[in-house]
Design a protein around this ligand. Sequence first.
Ligand code: PLP
Length: 287
Amino acid sequence: MSRIAYVNGRYVRHAEAAVHIEDRGYQFADGVYEVCEVWRGQIVDERRHGDRLERSLRELSIRMPMTRAALSQVMREVLRRNRVRSGFVYLQVTRGVARRDHFFPSPDTPPALVVTARNVAPETGDRGAETGVGVITVPENRWDRVDIKTVGLLPNVLAKQKAKEAGAKEAWFVDADGFVTEGGSTNAWIVTKDNTLVTRPAEHGILKGITRQVVLDMIARNGLSFDERPFTVKEAKEAKEAFITAASTLVMPVVRIDDTAIGNGYPGELSRELRQQFHDVSEMDPV
Ligand code: PLP
């Protein structure tokens, strides 16, 4: 069975799926995206991803390519056509196709929409979580609107590649004051020695992760101690536990930061517990 993608109104075979060379996503990274987890035939946190998509588009003055309801239908159709029960659905909206020019094209230029889906067995992530992952730290070098989920991800790509070459899974960006902002494609968390969960406020300098929000809901639900504040690399290295969150990794224990083992070098108890509870707390809608 060949994979099927949705591209600007048509369902096409992956191998033949293409966008125009003057798509502004290609020319200027002038677009935004979302990734939703699909778990056992359900889309996870679709409402929140939709809200964030609308916000990202609003911030860039790009129109929604279609109504939320229609977009939801397209996502489901792509999932059905690819027979995805567990994995991910990816969607990308750009400012559309126009002759290359930095200025916005005329307002009647339709935004471009691509939706793809991929099967990934949930056990893949779970196996990784059993051993945990390493992260490296790199200087923050991104623009200050990383709260918008744009496809302009070059610093993230370079940082993550550096992590891979160092035998790690993620790179944590560190701001000029020594505080961790977030990972290349994840939010960053620590658990202090007195079992307080700490993550940076999402008003500025990071993407407001949907998975981060679900963890906040779990914290409230379980009455856990929580401090929303920046933390330094030094504090993280001395923490009891650390973990990262994203729709693609859920709650993933961090067992090493640069060359320092975290805690006893194994996934922490709280990180594992939060991962286990995740799908009890996140919103689920059938495909
Ligand atoms: N931070 C960055 C830079 C990301 O790219 C992502 C996800 O792609 C996240 C955080 C986590 O966001 P979410 O939990 O919504 O997947």
